[in-house]
Ligand binder design. Sequence first.
Ligand SMILES: [Zn+2]
Length: 305
Amino acid sequence: MKQRVMQKTLSERQKQIEAQRAATRALAQKAFSIDEIAKANKAYIDAEFAAMASGDDKSKTAEKAHEKYRKTLEKYGFSENDFENKPSCPLCGDTGYAGGKVCSCVWDLYVKNLKKECQIDERTKFSFDDCDLKKIRDEAQRKATNALYDSMKKYVAKFPTAKCKTLVFSGGVGTGKTCLASAMARAIIEKGYSVQFLSAYEFCSLMLKVHTSPISERNALLSDALTCDLLVIDDLGTEPMLKNVTVEYLLLTLEERQSKGLATIITTNLSGENILNRYGERIYSRLSHKQYSMIIQMQGNDLRL
Ligand SMILES: [Zn+2]
C-alpha cells in the first residue's frame, strides 16, 4: 500500500510542478501578446546583443532599453520575475529531497494520501490531542490511564521496532480503548506507515467475502489486512460467529501478521477469559504470548459519563 501511495504522490507532485511551469508560460504568453511589451522586450534584447558584440558590458543604451522594458511590464501589471521558472518548493528546488531526506513538499502530500487510502478520517476521529485525560474524575483511574497513554505514546514513537507486536485493549464500555487505538493509528500513519482500522464487524464481513470468493481473488482482498504496518480490529466480540470464518480467519490473520513482525491492535469488551472461551486456545495464546503480545486491562468507570 505504501509503495502504491508513494507512486501516486510522486506523480501528483510532478503534475503540480508542471502545472506551475505551465502557468508561468501562460502568463508570459499573455504578456508578450501585448504589442507594447513585445516591442520593448525586443528593443532590450537587441540592445543587449549590440552591447555584447561591441564588448561594452556597461552599455547605457542597453540599460535604458532594460529600464523601458521593465516600466512597460509594470504598466500592464507584470514584472520580470513573473516569467522566471521558480521551483514550486523553495526547500528542495523540486527535487523532492532536502537535507538528506524526503522534502516536506512530498512527505506532507504522501501522509495526506496515505490517510485517504487508509480511510482514517472516515473511521476514527481521535488523536492524542483529543484525549483529555483531565476529565477523568477518579484520581486512581486518571493516573492509570495517564500512565497507559504515556507508554503507548512511547510505543508509537518507537514504532515499528517494539518487540511486542500485538496489543489487546480490554475493558468495559467507555474506558477509552477505541480512543486510544484511534490516536495510535493516526500517529502511526503520520509517521508514514500504512494502517487498516476496521471494526470487528467489518473485519468479519471482509473475511466472509474472502472465504466466499474464488481462490484467485482472495489474495487481493486479504492483502491490506495481512500486509499493512498496523491493523486495528475495533470491538472484537461484537462480530457474528460464522462457522469456518470468524475464528479461522482471525487466527490466520494473527499468525500471518505475527510471522511477518507486523503490529496488530485489538480493542474488546471481553476479558482474557472471555476471549479464551469465545475464540479458543489457539487465538488466546496468540494474543497472550509473553514476548510478542500483551492484553492490557483498562480499568475504571465509563469515561463518557
Ligand atoms: Zn520540496
